[in-house]
Ligand binder design. Structure first.
Ligand code: SAM
Length: 251
């Protein structure tokens, strides 16, 4: 099912604004992800990148502007968001529908060679710890040695009071940026449901969508899981409140 350009432009633009409520300094965070990809692929003719949970193509659209020769594969499980991406940002990536963590999902990507970077924005917090553990192990098989996993997401901190402090800092930052003036997630989705051109995709999405549950995985636990999976050191290279860009290097 395809979507016309005017419809895709409308809903992707609305998505971009909606997501600013949740990802503090979202644009800056995308830029930091691109900085890291640029750094690890310096001198490469055609950097190879895999985006996990790409939604309507927000990160591929930014990455391809910075790295125009990059080959980006972008995966998501949502047929509606993928349809918007395939129209609005068609040239930024090759889009694949698959559920990260399900049996066979890495095969569905059709990667012929290892990638230089696996990137993700505001998506991996959906994965419960068991799925994340498996996924990190699988990613070591997709990355070249020296390649990186770059996860830009909100990750709770450990230690008494720190969850609240980090959330508070992020919330105050968001208020200063008027992020709460933007519509929220529920409003965006209920408006999409009323878009006549997207009726079929909304029905498709309802059929396929599997619920993910589980306690959010803390920053410290992400770092432990990455080490267990065989990654080298993992460190945040950027932070605002509980929003991070966490980078792990494949040994
Ligand atoms: C909040 S959106 C972020 C989208 C985009 N990366 C961005 O920054 O705008 C989270 C995305 O992760 C996707 N997602 C969550 N769990 C997934 C899974 N197990 N497999 C594939 N996609 C998943 C959702 O469908 C959704 O598109």
């Amino acid at each position: 099912m395809s979507v016309s350009m005017p419809t895709a432009e409308l809903w992707v633009e609305r998505w971009e604004r909606q997501q600013q409520r949740y990802a503090f300094d979202r644009e800056e965070r995308f830029t930091v992800v691109a900085d890291v990809v640029e750094h690890v692929t310096m001198g490469h003719d055609s950097p190879r990148v895999l985006d996990l949970g790409c939604g309507p193509g927000s990160l591929p659209a930014r990455l391809i502007k910075r790295l125009p020769t990059a080959e980006i594969v972008a995966v998501d499980m949502d047929p509606l968001l993928l349809a918007l991406a395939r129209t609005r940002h068609s040239r930024a990536a090759r889009y694949v529908e698959a559920v990260i963590g399900e049996d066979g999902w890495t095969g569905a990507l059709g990667l012929r060679r290892p990638v230089d970077a696996v990137v993700s924005t505001t998506a991996l917090h959906y994965l419960p710890e068991g799925v994340l553990r498996r996924t990190y192990a699988e990613l070591t098989g997709l990355l070249r040695p020296g390649g990186v996993l770059i996860n830009a997401d909100h990750l709770p901190l450990e230690g008494e009071g720190f969850v609240e402090i980090a959330e508070y800092v992020g919330t105050r930052r968001a208020e200063r940026q008027h992020a709460f003036d933007h519509e929220d997630w529920e409003t965006w989705w209920s408006a999409v449901e009323k878009e006549p051109e997207l009726t079929g995709l909304c029905a498709e999405r309802r059929k396929r969508r599997s619920a993910h549950a589980g306690r959010p995985v803390t920053l410290g636990r992400h770092i432990e899981l990455l080490a267990e999976a065989g990654f080298g050191p993992a460190n945040p290279v950027w932070q605002v409140g509980n929003s991070y860009v966490l980078v792990a290097v494949r040994r």
